[in-house]
Each structure stands twice: as C-alpha cells, then as structure tokens.
Design a binder for this molecule. Sequence first.
Ligand code: MRU
Length: 354
Amino acid sequence: MTALPFPFPVVTWDDQEVVLIDQTLLPERLTWRRCGSVTSLCLAIGELAVRGAPAIGVAAGFGLALSWRLAMEKESHITGILARFQKDREQLSATRPTAVNLFWALDRLGSLAEQLVAHGKTADEIAIDLLVEAQAVLDEDVAMCRSLGMHGQQLLPDFATVLTHCNAGGLATGGYGTAVGVVFAAKESGKTISVFADETRPLLQGSRLTAWELQNQGIEVTVICDSAAASIMSQGKVDAVITGADRIAANGDVANKIGTYPLAVLANRHGVPFYVAAPGSTFDAATKTGDDIAIELRDPHEVHEFHGGRATPEGVGAWNPAFDVTPNDLISAIITEHGVVRPPYRENLAKVWK
Ligand code: MRU
C-alpha cells in the first residue's frame, strides 16, 4: 500500500485548481481529482469524492478562492466578479445540507470578499486574500484536530480498543482527523490502541476509508459489519466508542453518519462511554436542537446496489438518509480543541465555543 505523508493531503490548492484525494476510488486506487471549476468541485462533493464535514468545509473554502479567480477572467468590473462569486457560493451551499462546516467556510470566505470589496480593495488583492483565507481554514482545521486529539487521547488507557463509525479520520478533515485523530494522538503519546471500524453501509466509509488510513498509519484495525456492534460490546471488547459529527446543535444533540444513534444506544446499554470528537467549525449555535438539523436524503440507488450488483429486487423502495441525530443525553462527552466537554452541554459548549 502507498504510505502517504501525514497529515494526509486530502484537499490542496495547486496551479489554480482544487486537488482532492478521490475517496470514491479508495481503497483500490489512490488518485487525485483536479477541480478546475466550481461545478466540477460541486460534483465531487455530491459524489463524496471529498467528504467528511471538515474536509467539505476546506474544499468549499478553496472553491470560493477558485471562483473569484475564474470570475476575474470573465468580468472586468468588481461588481460583476462579486455577482459571479455569489452565484458560485450558492451552488456550493446546495451540495450537501447537513455538515455545518460547509456553510461555516462559505460564510467565512463570502463575508471576507464582501468586506474587501466594501473597503475598495482591487480584484487582484482580493484574489490573494481569499486564497490565504482558504489555506487558513485548512491549516486551522489540522491544528484544531491535533489539539482535540491530544485532549481526547487522555480518555483512553494504554491498550484500549475503540469502536468508530463511518470515517472521521484524516480523509474527512484537513488531514489529521477527529474521532480517528484521537487514536492518532494516542499513538503519538506512545499508547497502543486498536480499532473496530464499522463498515458503514451503504457507502462503506468505515471499511474502505477508516480501515485504509489506520492501516496506513500502522494501527491495528478490524472491520465489523454494522450489525456486529452489539455483540462485540456485549462481549466486553470495546473500551470506548468515538465518532465524529456533521453538526452539533446548541444543546449538544449531534448529527453524524446514519447508524451513529443506534451505536450510542448500544454503548449506553453496555456501559461503554460514547464520545463525539469535533472542532468548533462543526458547532452550530443557531440550531437549538437536533430536531432542527436538515438531514440529507441520498439517492436510493446507493442502497439498491452493492458490489456492482443489485442488493434488492427490482421495484422495491429504499430509504437512504445519510445522517441521524444522537440525543445529547446518550453522549458521555464531546471532545473539542479546547478540552473535553461534559453535560450540561448547552451551558458548557457555549463556554468553549463562544
Ligand atoms: O457522508 P459523509 O461520508 O460525508 O459522512 C461523514 C461523517 O458522517 C463523519 O463522521 C463526519 O462528517 C465527521 S468527519 C470528521
């Protein structure tokens, strides 16, 4: 297998293009997809070539930097450039509804562009500033994930076994990872940690991506079918469940990959701590509870098809929500870049993520 530099180069800027590890092709092929237009980047986000809440935010940041540069080739006046940029911002915001990091990054670069225009900066100056800002989104994400990893690893004893769901690793972020970042940080602290990775139907982010990147970093990983989690917990083989998040509401309810909520129920049933690891860019203070989080419904064909063949008879229906919401009372702690936050979440999250 190809050993990658770590943190992984998941999303980068190269020669006026946004360059992504194409996660649809892993683990069979490690290739990069080059997006030279905002439309091609939106397609990549929709197809999950780039995925995971923080990585989507990073990609969107570079997407807006790209948008500005492309608009400069078509428009001679700054108002025309800004109008094209705002259209691209809308197109990017329509790609996936649940991960708040997308909207966080779009707002960050979008309002920066508006301010710079209002202050009379030239189009060339704004192009530079937007790229610097997009790179800052990436660099800050890596720093936040490293920091939350160091806080989170203190929850794990040496030789602990962690169960995780979907992929909340380097591939889902700027390169370091949230839930899996905690495991990487434990390793950096000299601990030996092993991981059970839920395969994560229907798109197998756990078996394809989490297992791949843990193996890449020399960490023992065992893939289980999603339905095996109860048995493995009942046998006392799991010391902690750690997942990532796509959006954390003000009260600590967490939207994450479909199948996270049942894991939290199981962890509570078996007395296993259930942790969520996420950076501040995933916190949405404006969303009061999990009931207010928009859950992406994906194409049923992802359920109907498996391994290139049909998994269901022709003519039956399939329901394919990409995420579910775990109520805050099932969450033992939320691991942030500022430390480990315990209930009551409404008060305590507001203190760390002001
Ligand atoms: O549909 P995906 O693959 O983008 O879903 C990703 C997840 O649910 C992750 O757990 C979440 O984004 C956290 S990533 C650090």
